[in-house]
Design a protein around this ligand. Structure first.
Ligand code: HEM
Length: 552
């Protein structure tokens, strides 16, 4: 019988005639050690895993395109950035987007309470641009030096390997009040989106735009889904998780397979490039949002995801994003998180994927008009030789011979404001850790407030009394009602905690002292006219029977 299927081989190209039996001396063994076919197969299997990401291990990637509008705020976008991908209306750029959870391992549940990663790679004609963000718009800490401690508090106990022990998580948070804004989001329903398609995305950190004249603006990025924002309660998520650990990956790939391509519009907020002393928060602080009533959202383009990976490991496990990956016309700000992140991503990828991770097709700057031409050579798993000059022997620069040359210099050499200061270790001055968490609570929908309170109480009940008291103290400083509701459920009043002094790690000024003097009776904050990033409606998709949130 003819069989036109391809013949199985090993990686040396040797045809495999028997894939069922090892080579042995006689049918009962012993096995021979020269059995190349078996050794190649089993030793490759032994190495099938690369280390999983130290954070954001569980994720799913999809591919598609970004289409530029050519304008920002009704003006040509060239006024503020010269980045080529944005310039012409209708210009399309290929993208990859990896969604993820943060704390769990590679096969962990996707219906877990956690921020979601939202990492976009743009394959532009000027090389790659990565925008590595999340679905909540802010972050827990504002200085990168705290990141390893923060993540350790979120990861399993190193002795017992118990997961998400509330006493660890809230121990860290109780001593890091800058986390309060993010806590009001993660512990509420937005901490469990119903799918990757029904959530917002944000760059979170502050970046810069640069125009052709070298003029700079501060910029924040927002991805707004065309689908409504939808979330689950804790009880809904338990139902989803009971049926399937990978609900979000399955949802994403099923939607793409049926041609229901998810879309997000990219919007930006812009600010002049200086420290804005008129604001009572710092524009470089990633625990803050920029109120949209003062800094409106300006649409710049539309992203569509239309392809799932052909192979999950090759295109999702090995994809590598980094905040340092920017193209001409885009730049860093001095945000202390951003600088730390920028070192960390490529560093971990050289370890996780290997020193030549940028030669893998999913990571290579495949759309770069000038190609990828470097003098970087060799190292583990070099897949090929990067683009070189006419004489491939010239792997150095400068040279009079036929090697690579430097690109043309930009018209201006220096850009941005002049910075001066002495070396120091100090937190930023305008920490203002309580205002936006309080405002965020007040502007939440009623079911979001109820869920937030129920989840805070449920977690804090598992914590030491000192941690409970400190958290209630923070919550009262943010908003009376929030402190009152959580405190009532724990049996802790404002009077019980009023004697507590600020924690050593926090910023403190007259505004905080005044709230502490009146703890529990400050009255609601004024949120009239305030528009924060979460102010798009949030629909509950109900899966659980118990419609009412747990009584607190
Ligand atoms: C100093 C603070 C931070 C550090 C040191 C840090 C470090 C890391 C590291 C080491 C990874 C693994 C990367 C890999 O293995 O490929 C990672 C992944 C990620 N981080 Fe961060 N991170 C920080 C803050 C943030 C913030 C503020 C956000 C959101 C705005 C964020 C979003 C992400 C995302 C989305 C991924 C997954 C990327 C992917 O899908 O491959 N990180 N981070």
């Amino acid at each position: 019988m003819s069989d036109d299927r391809r013949v199985l081989t090993n990686r040396q190209g040797h045809p495999i005639a028997d894939n069922q039996n090892q080579r042995t001396v006689g049918s009962r063994g012993p096995a021979t050690l020269e059995n190349y076919q078996f050794l190649e197969k089993i030793s490759h299997f032994d190495r099938e895993r690369v280390p999983e990401r130290v954070v954001h291990a569980r994720g799913a990637t999809a591919f598609g395109e970004f289409e530029a509008y050519g304008t920002v705020g009704g003006e040509p976008i060239s006024k503020h950035t010269r980045a080529k991908l944005f310039q012409e209306k209708g210009k399309k750029t290929e993208v990859a987007l990896r969604f993820s959870t943060v704390a769990g391992g590679r096969d962990s549940s996707e219906a877990i309470r956690d921020p979601r990663g939202f990492a976009v790679k743009f394959y532009t004609e000027d090389g790659n641009w990565d925008l590595v963000g999340n679905n909540l718009g802010v972050f827990f800490i504002r200085d990168a030096i705290k990141f390893p401690d923060f993540i350790h508090s979120q990861k399993p106990d190193p002795v017992t390997f118990e997961r998400q022990v509330a006493n660890r998580v809230f121990d860290f948070w109780s001593q890091s009040p800058e986390a309060l804004h993010m806590i009001t989001l993660v512990l509420g329903p937005r901490g469990i989106p119903t799918s990757y398609r029904h959530m917002q995305g944000f760059g979170v950190n502050t970046y810069k735009w640069v125009n052709a004249a070298g003029e700079t603006k501060l910029v924040k990025y927002h991805w707004l889904p065309r689908l409504p924002v939808q979330s689950w309660t804790e009880a809904d998520a338990a139902v989803a998780q009971g049926q399937e650990l990978g609900v979000h990956t399955r949802d994403l790939y099923a939607a793409i397979a049926r041609g229901d391509f998810p879309q997000w519009e990219l919007n930006v907020q812009l600010m002049d490039d200086h420290d804005h002393p008129e604001l009572d928060w710092d524009p470089l602080d990633d625990t803050k949002t920029w109120p949209e009533n003062d800094f409106p959202l300006l649409p710049v383009g539309l992203m569509t995801l239309n392809r799932a990976p052909e192979n999950f490991f090759v295109e999702s496990e090995q994809i590598a994003f980094g905040t340092g990956v920017l193209v001409d016309g885009l730049d860093f700000s001095d945000d202390k998180m951003l600088v730390g992140r920028t070192f960390s991503y490529s560093d971990t990828q050289r370890h996780r994927v290997g020193p030549n991770y940028l030669q893998l097709p999913v990571n290579s700057a495949r759309a770069a008009a000038h190609g990828v031409n470097t003098n970087q050579r060799d190292g583990a798993m070099a897949y090929g030789v990067d683009g070189h000059g006419a004489d491939p022997s010239i792997n150095y620069e400068p040279s009079l011979r036929a090697g690579l040359r430097e690109a043309d210099k930009p018209a201006h050499q220096a850009q941005g404001p002049v910075i001066s200061g002495q070396l120091t270790r100090e937190r930023i001055e305008r920490t203002n850790d309580y205002q936006q968490p309080g405002e965020r609570y007040l502007l939440s929908e009623q079911w979001e407030k109820d869920e937030l309170v129920a989840n805070l109480v449920g977690n804090l009940k598992q914590c030491d009394r000192a941690i409970q008291e400190r958290m209630v103290w923070h919550l009262f400083l943010a908003e009376d009602e929030l402190g009152q509701r959580v405190g009532d459920a724990l049996g802790i009043s404002a009077g019980d905690v009023k004697h507590l002094q600020p924690v050593p790690t926090q910023g403190w000024g007259p505004a905080e002292q005044s709230r502490l003097d009146n703890l529990g009776s400050n009255g609601p904050r004024d949120v009239a006219g305030l528009v924060m990033t979460h102010c798009v409606p949030n629909q509950r998709v109900q899966l659980a029977q118990d419609e009412e949130p747990a009584a607190v």
